[in-house]
Write a protein that binds this ligand. Structure first.
Ligand code: PSV
Ligand code: MN
Ligand code: MN
Length: 387
């Protein structure tokens, strides 16, 4: 069913894991401590390496600074390499300090703004040591009440702050700016949508791009349209994959709406973003509040692979013919046929042919790894801010 051309694309697929997915997480009501949770960034890398070992899909790990701060990043990089993974995107954090109560890169006070810029300089320095390509910026900046802040002035300050950060990047480093429509700010957010992110990064230059987090849109938003548009404009830098029922739920990608994930991945395929030189990075941004974290990550990368395989099955030339002939139902049927194709058996065969377990979730359960970490690790870390 899946031909070699599809397998060839799948064999190149790489999905970056977020270090914070392995930490304890929860909501503002409760953070449940899960047995076996990593106590150090090194243990997070060990767990991430397990996901990669069983799936062959997750060769790198994103770090969050300061949650994953260490004294020596060169040693951490080597440690990751010894485990068979690489260090990936560096995520900045200007949302946890009292200092940033009224904003960070948009703050009206020059000294606060400088602290936020300096934090990003520190992240860039870390990127030089880890060999990371992307600096990912997500800002909690915004206001809760009309009149609280000067929306326009905040955009201008944001542009100036981003310029200073961008100018500090090395030649092979990129800045990706993530948007989110609300939360923690409830009236206005300074980077609420792809248009704002696009406008800001376009002003910076070629190595500034948009990060699309699938959970950061209003209900009903046609996310695949945004994917198509950003790819068309050459400004889609990276994905944060997760799924949601309500707001920024950070649930396992593909769990809530596999069809939406398929539609997004169809536009990814259509837009050439799976080509080796596309420049589009694929990452998970999830938190496992109640489920075990390692198998949660295994399930996630498998879901992305499965929907990618189905998206690759869309008969592109038949679809174009149907579209051009105005065959509405025929065109729709071509897309739905691909979506309804069960690729799980073929993917299990593919895994087996590469020396991977046919069923990575089961292989993990049978490996004894969970029991081992539960026994060894006492007092695991919270993911960061707990939501
Ligand atoms: C907060 O909404 C958030 O989930 C953003 O999506 C970031 O990517 C992530 O936290 C880590 O900072
Ligand atoms: Mn995100
Ligand atoms: Mn989020």
């Amino acid at each position: 069913m899946i031909d070699n051309a599809v397998l060839d694309v799948l064999s190149r697929q790489a999905i970056e894991l977020p270090s914070w997915a392995f930490g304890n997480s929860g909501t503002r009501f409760k953070v449940f401590a899960t047995a076996g949770t990593p106590r150090t960034v090194q243990e997070k890398l060990t767990d991430a390496a397990k996901v990669n070992e069983l799936t062959g899909l997750a060769p790198s790990v994103a770090l969050h600074i300061p949650w994953d701060t260490v004294d020596d990043y060169a040693t951490l990089k080597q440690h990751a390499a010894d485990l068979g993974v690489a260090l990936g995107t560096i995520n900045s954090n200007t949302f946890q300090d009292d200092l940033y109560k009224f904003g960070s890169l948009t703050h009206v006070d020059v000294s606060v703004r400088q602290k936020a810029i300096d934090h990003h300089y520190e992240c860039i320095e870390i990127m030089h040591q880890t060999g990371s390509q992307d600096l990912k910026i997500w800002l909690a900046d915004g206001t809760n009440y009309p009149g609280q802040g000067d929306i326009r002035g905040r955009q201008d300050r944001l542009a100036d702050s981003l310029r200073q950060i961008y100018d500090r990047l090395g030649d092979d480093q990129r800045l990706v700016l993530e948007y989110k429509f609300f939360e923690p700010a409830f009236y206005h957010t300074d980077v609420p949508d792809w248009g704002t992110s696009y406008a800001q990064v376009t002003a910076l230059g070629e190595r500034a791009l948009v990060c699309l987090d699938t959970g950061h849109h209003a209900p009903g938003t046609n996310i695949e349209f945004i994917v198509a548009q950003l790819l068309r404009l050459g400004k889609l830098g990276s994905f944060d994959f997760n799924s949601r029922f309500y707001a920024d739920d950070d649930l396992i990608v593909g769990a809530a709406d596999p069809f939406q994930l398929f539609r997004i991945l169809y536009e990814v395929v259509r837009g050439g973003a799976l080509e080796p030189d596309s420049g589009v990075a694929f990452m998970l941004d999830q938190c496992h509040n109640v489920e075990d974290k390692v198998p949660g990550q295994i399930r996630s990368v498998l879901n992305v692979q499965e929907m990618t395989a189905r998206a690759l099955l869309v008969d592109a030339s038949a679809l174009t013919s149907a579209q051009e002939a105005g065959d509405v139902l025929g065109a729709n049927a071509i897309v739905m046929d691909a979506f309804y194709t069960d690729v799980r058996g073929d993917l299990a065969d593919w895994r087996e042919s590469r020396g991977l377990p046919r069923d990575p979730v089961r292989a993990y359960a049978e490996s004894g790894y969970q029991g081992k970490i539960e026994k060894e690790r006492v007092g695991g870390q919270q993911a960061g801010w707990g939501a």
